[in-house]
Design a protein around this ligand. Structure first.
Ligand SMILES: *Cc1c(COP(=O)(O)O)cnc(C)c1O
Length: 403
């Protein structure tokens, strides 16, 4: 035990990101649930107070222009873009992840159909493949998107996707990191396989953006969505984002073409004409209060590189697994998270028979993770504010709880 405590001290002393923790409001609870709701960045309360009291209270309608409200979805999209490896002009913020999954998937099928029109073989692309282990909302929306577009939905394990691709594949919806096990999927390889089959790849980045490099542009991803309240710390229900690769933007045919996506929104024309660029992904009036809270929250990333975040994330999860092995009685838990770094996100999922009850006891002792039915203890590691001494303490309390 004392050996792991002193090792934690050494790791904290050598941690280049240790000081970023001061940019957050935290206490002595070990908070390992940033993959569900990121902690509050210290600059947010004052910003929100200003948005409410001055921008809304005093400037009122003028704030749409003078406070930059109208262009916030694109501006904040450009702030998120470097974190997911995208050049500017391809990410727009707004709506929930669920809504963006729907937009992206229907638009992907429409693109695939558009390709087939000029195809002499008359190829009818009529299949959507979806990760069967996905966060449920993605599966529900994929089912609806399939029904609306006349496609067949094929749920399967991500490892089985390459073998299932073919001339019928229209779109493939995948998670970069599995929300339950923390498994990191092969985004470059799977995207290339989808492209080789002539389909479109839609990635859900909810559990990877802000925790590890994504490389959307580099890997030629077509469309991507993600939420901002997990590793991006945007606050409860903060708006999600949609990435549409630049080369596809002219062909992005939104199934929710609201007036905010119009080329001339204040022209109030009866005919729809889509705006160019990422703006085309917008729908209706943006939720300014949570959007500007998110903008303030993103300032914690100033001067922070995603590569350093990834290195620390792996060191944190490695150290946690080592401490668990040391402290937790043999056979009480089993890690569902891959040991290989190339397959690991920024969380550790431990299977444990009485997980629901165990997590309640951990929370009562100041170690907050979460329980995922039926038997998973899930611990998320946010490298911006989680330290190694906290990791050691979490594993020690877990060991005592299970001992
Ligand atoms: C958190 C999460 C969501 C959340 O969707 P909302 O629309 O924000 O409720 C969706 N998909 C995945 C994979 C998630 O992890």
């Amino acid at each position: 035990m004392s050996e792991l405590i002193s090792l934690a001290g050494e790791l904290d002393a050598g941690d280049a990101l240790a000081r970023v923790r001061d940019r957050f409001v935290l206490d002595d609870v070990v908070y390992l649930d940033g993959n569900s709701l990121g902690a509050l960045p210290a600059g947010v309360p004052a910003r929100v107070a200003d948005v409410v009291a001055r921008q809304w209270g005093e400037l009122r309608i003028r704030s749409w222009e003078e406070s930059g409200w109208w262009t916030a979805p694109e501006r904040i999209g450009d702030r998120i873009a470097p974190l997911v490896g995208a050049a500017a002009g391809q990410v727009v913020v707004g709506d929930s992840t669920s809504v963006n999954v729907f937009k992206a998937l229907v638009a992907a099928v429409r693109m695939a159909r558009g390709d087939a029109e000029g195809d002499s073989r008359g190829a009818a692309r009529d299949e959507i493949l979806v990760d069967a282990t996905t966060f449920p909302t993605d599966g529900y929306l994929a089912e609806s998107a399939a029904r609306l577009t006349g496609c067949t939905l094929r749920p399967l394990a991500p490892a089985d996707v390459p073998g299932a691709l073919g001339p019928r594949t229209a779109a493939v919806l995948l998670n970069h990191v599995d929300y339950r096990t923390g498994r990191l999927h092969d985004l470059p390889g799977l995207t290339a396989a989808v492209h080789a089959a002539g389909g479109y790849a839609v990635w859900d980045l909810c559990h990877s953006a802000g925790a590890l490099p994504v490389g959307l542009d580099e890997h030629g991803v077509d469309l991507a969505v993600g939420c901002t309240y997990k590793y991006l710390n945007g606050g409860p229900g903060s708006p999600a984002y949609l990435y549409v690769r630049r080369g596809l933007q002219d062909r992005f045919d939104s199934p929710l073409p609201g007036w905010n996506s119009h080329a001339e929104p204040f022209g109030m024309r009866p005919e729809y004409a889509p705006a160019p660029g990422a703006v085309r992904g917008r729908v209706g009036t943006p939720d300014i209060l949570s959007m500007l809270a998110l903008e303030a929250a993103l300032e914690v990333w100033d001067g922070v590189g995603i590569e350093a975040v990834r290195a620390k994330s792996l060191a944190l999860t490695d150290f946690f697994l080592r401490c668990v092995e040391e402290y937790v009685p043999e056979g009480r838990v089993e890690s569902l998270t891959p040991a290989a770094h190339a397959e690991r996100g920024s969380q550790v999922a431990l299977r444990c028979d009485d997980a629901g009850d165990v997590m309640k006891r951990l929370v009562a002792r100041g170690v907050v993770g979460d329980f995922r039915a039926p038997d998973v203890l899930r611990f998320g590691f946010t490298p911006l504010y989680t330290g190694f001494a906290e990791v050691e303490r979490a594993a020690r309390v877990l060991g005592e709880t299970l001992g």
